[in-house]
Design a protein around this ligand. Structure first.
Ligand SMILES: *[C@@H]1O[C@H](CO)[C@@H](O)[C@H](O)[C@H]1NC(C)=O
Length: 120
């Protein structure tokens, strides 16, 4: 049963990768392949497994939809370039500069160290 869940997750990742390739339309010219990594799934995989799937498949960039600690920790040291989005529910409070600065300091900058995450 667990194997089936892993297979299903991997298939989702592959479908997302295939979609990313077909969207680009310039597959031969692409130097790097990126993908979106959403964390809402019926059978979520461990972030370490997903990070391994990304690196094993040559994915160089990933967009996250939140600043989940386990996800950012799993990506640290992989060389995968990470773009972190602010969750929609937090957009309203982020209009305050000091609140936004504190969120970035606590949830993003802490992973941006030498040998850590490559965060854009
Ligand atoms: C990020 O930081 C804020 C405080 O600035 C905190 O409320 C929030 O829970 C933190 N975590 C995430 C994943 O955004």
């Amino acid at each position: 049963m667990a194997d089936l869940a892993v297979l299903r997750e991997c298939l989702c990742v592959l479908v997302a990768m295939a979609a990313a390739v077909s969207w680009s339309g310039v597959v031969r010219a692409a130097e790097a392949l990126g993908m979106n990594w959403g964390t809402q799934a019926s059978h979520p995989l461990s972030p370490k497994v997903v990070a391994q799937v990304l690196t094993d498949n040559g994915i160089k960039k990933v967009k996250l939809f939140d600043a989940d600690h386990d996800t950012l920790s799993a990506l640290a040291g992989t060389g995968v370039e990470v773009m972190v989005a602010i969750p929609n529910v937090m957009l309203d409070v982020m209009t305050d500069y000091d609140t936004a600065k504190e969120w970035v300091r606590r949830n993003v900058s802490r992973y941006n160290f030498d040998g850590g995450g490559t965060i854009k």
